[in-house]
Every structure is written in structure tokens, then in C-alpha cells.
Design a protein around this ligand. Sequence first.
Ligand code: GLA
Length: 351
Amino acid sequence: MNEEDLGPLEPIVAFAPGRVNLIGDHTDYTGGLAMPVAVQLGTEITYLPEPTSTIVELSSSVEDEPARVPVSMPEDPFEVAMLFPEWARYAAGVVAATRPAWGGKGNIVSDLPIAAGLSSSASLELAIALALGYEGSAAGLARLGQRAEHVARGVPTGILDQISIASAREGYAMMLDCNSLAIRHIAVPSDIEIVVVHCGVSRSVAASAYAERQQQCIVAEREIGPLRSSAPWEVDVIRDRVVRRRARHVVSENARVRAFAGAFDHRDVRRAGELMNDSHRSLAMDFEVSIRELDDLVSWLQGLDGVLGARLTGAGFGGCAVALSRPGVLRKQMRNRKYWVVWASEGAHLR
Ligand code: GLA
């Protein structure tokens, strides 16, 4: 097809939200369960395809330099790391995974805080993929975004962030099965507020610590089989003490996600809050992905009147805690803390 056959091209406007995980962390890469919501904050791209160009050029409201990525970019983490600085690697990863027929120019506007545990990178990936013309299922979009993330960061992260951003429905949390990618949408009870609070220490996603946790889960699975279908007593036979604790977190966290979904089904927000508190303890003690600042923040939140439960959210090693609270009670307490009151929002879409 040549250029004249195409007629004038219209700008494409794509939006992808961020996400916050209510419960079920460090379960996705063993095909376990999680329960995230997409949030109202996100990334919007206005993109004009240019059939005469072979470069995708994206400028961002929060970055100094535009990303200029050739459409022939290979899906190679080493090449991407050598050619591009930080944020442009995500653009490069998506271009490499999407392989658009031609280039174009786009502007990105985002109100998501970066490295705060709200998945600004997955939001960016999915917004770019839609802007570049991705057509297909939500699961396909999520897998594409995950591949882009692996290329951009060189860390084999799970699919939690991308699948929740691709599949969310307004007003609903998602019980995700990260093995089958089956999703049960569960209404968020109306008598609660979801509040995300930053602990003050930026999450360095200790890439190496994340990869080490994954490795320990693989070792556990070699010994007792898939953690997603293991019972607590099976974990007890694992020989290595550290690996046993990692596995205990994963197996108990999957059970907590199931219980949390049941609590939301019955509008039992107190039970949901207790499960969040248990989840934090398990992430801190057994999985060891918390830091002192997060532990202090979480115990402060848990002690406040009207707070039903609180836990670290996402990868840990810094970043944010998420709390469920009675509406309005937390805002008065925050003083100079960075926080966001979020609500369950729609997934990635064209506008
Ligand atoms: C990060 C990763 C996800 C998931 C969480 C922890 O957000 O990108 O895949 O592993 O950490 O639940």
C-alpha cells in the first residue's frame, strides 16, 4: 500500500491507567493469585502515525528528551540498554514488541507518580502499544506489555501490572489467576476508600533482590511442585530454611487472596482489612521485601481509627503502602505525606 491510498491519518488518543494491588504480591511469577484495581491516574498519548517515517518519536510531559525509536528495533535488552536512557527504554521495548509498519510522533501526558508502586511503567507500555495500533485481546496486550518491560528493564517481572491495566472495569477489583489469566471482577464495596501512601523511600526495584526471590521460588517448586497448587503442609518439607519461608509466603498469600475475594463478595470489609495486615506481615517476615520505612508507615496506618487494614503494595523495597479505610478519615491525618485517594477505574482504552 502506498501513502496516497491511506488518506489523511487521524491522531490516535490512547489512555492507560496505573494500578494498585490490594493483596497478592510476589505471587504472579509463580502463576498465583492477586487482587488489584486500576486507578484513575494514568498515561495519555496523542499520536499521529506518519507513513513516510521509520521513527517513532515520543515526547513526555515529565521527561526532558524525546524517545526516538526506529520501527525495526529488535527485542534485545542489551541493545535497548545501550542505545536508550531510562524512560526511552520502555518506548523502545514496546516498539520492538509491536513492530509498527511506520513511524509517527506522539505526546505523552502522565499524572502517575514514578517509582511509587502505581505501575507507571506498565501504564506507559500499554498506552504506547494502543497508540501504535495494537488490536487484540486484553490478555494479548498484557503479554506484549510484559515483553516490553523485560526488554526495557532486563528483569523478568510477572504479568500482574499489565494484565490489571489491560482488563480493569470501573468500580471493580479483579481477582486474577496469573497462570490462566482468568479474571473475576468483584465490585469494590462502596463504604470504603482506597488510599495509597508513599513511605518516602523510592523503590529502587532492587532488581537483583526481585530476581533472587524468583529464583528461590523456582528452587521451592523443584522440590514440591507448583506453589500455586501447594498446600501449607507441603511447604514444611522444603529443606532450605530461607526457601521454605519464601514458599510459605506465596502459598499463604494465594489463600489470603481467595479469602479477600470472598470478603469483598460479602462486603465484609473488616475481614478484608485483617487479611491485608496478615499479608504485610508475611511479605515482611517470610518474603523479606519490606524496609523499615514501609514497616513504620504500615503500622502507623494500621493503628489509625477508621483504617481497616494496610500493607505494602507492589514489589516492596520502598515505594507505597495501600490502606483500606472508612471514607474521609485518612485525609485529615496525612500532613506532609505524599498520598493518593484512588478509585477502581476503567482499563486501557482508546479515547
Ligand atoms: C512488581 C512486578 C509485578 C509483581 C509485583 C509484586 O510490580 O512488576 O510483576 O511481581 O512487583 O507483586
